[in-house]
Design a protein. Sequence first.
Length: 312
Amino acid sequence: MANSSSSQIRKFTLFLIIYSVLIFLNLLYGPLVRATDSGLACPDWPLCFGKVFPDFDFGIFMEVGHRYYSMILGFILIGGTVWTATSQELRRPFLKFFILGLLLIASQANLGRLTVTLLLDPISVNLHLLNAILFLLCIVTANLKALEIEKDGPSDEFISVKSLFKKEQIVIFIGLLLVFLQIILGGRVSSHYAGLACPEFPTCNGEWIPSVYEEKTAIQVQHRFGAYLVLLFVLVINLYGTLKDFSPKVKKYIRLSVALVLFQFLLGILNVLYKLPKLVTATHTGVAVLLLSALYAVWILRARELTKEQVS
C-alpha cells in the first residue's frame, strides 16, 4: 500500500510539473499574439467570424491557436480535479488548489472575452495577464507541496501563515511584491503602446530624468525605474540569503532569481535598442514570470522550513 501511495504521488508530481510548463508556454503565447498585432484578428468571441475553424491567415492562426491552447489547459485542469477528488491520498492536500484553479481559469476565460469585446482595453489586457500569472502560481504552489510530500511524506501543515510573514521573510516578500508590481507596469507599457516612448537607453529623449513628459513617456520611465529597483532588491535578497545562511535549496532559487533578473534587464535594453523585436518582447514577459515564480519559490520554501522548525 505504501509503495502504491508513493507511486501515485510521484505521478501526480510529474503531472503538476508538466502542467506548470504548459501554462508557462501559454504565458509566452499571449504576448506573441499581442506583439504580432493578432489580438483582434477575430472580432468575436468565443467563435471567430462565427466559425469554430475560420479561414486562416497568420493573425487568425495566432489568436485562434491561443484560444484553443487555453481551452486544452482548461480540460486538463478538469481532468486533474477529477483525479484529485477521487483519490483519498490526493484529496485533502491538493483539492483546494484545483478548485481555486477552476475559479481562476473561468475568470481567465471571461477576461479573454472582455479583451476582445472591449477592443484590447488596457485594463482588461493587464488583468488577463495577471490572472494567468495567479493561475500559474496556484499550480506552482501545489507542485512545491507535492515535491515536499514526495520527499518527506504527508504532514498536517505544509506552511503556516505565521511563517510566511515572519520578520526574516519580509525582505523576500517585498522583493516578490516589487516584481509583481513591475509586471503590472510592464503590462501598462504594452497595453498603452509605450515601449518606444523612450527611443534610447539609458537616457529618455536625451534626459536621465525627464522633467516634462506625456503619458506614454511617463509609463515607460516608471517601468525603467521599477526595473532598477527590482534589480537592486533581488541582489539584496541574494546578500540577505547568504548572511542568514539559508538552506542550499532556497539559495538555489535565489541564485536563479539573480540570473533571471540580469537576463531580464538585458532583454529590456534590447527591446529599446532594436525597436521591440517580437521574440524579445515575448521572452521579456516570459522571463518576468519566471523571475516572479523563482522568488515565489524562495518565499514558500523558506516558509516551509520555518514551519518544520516550529513543529520540531
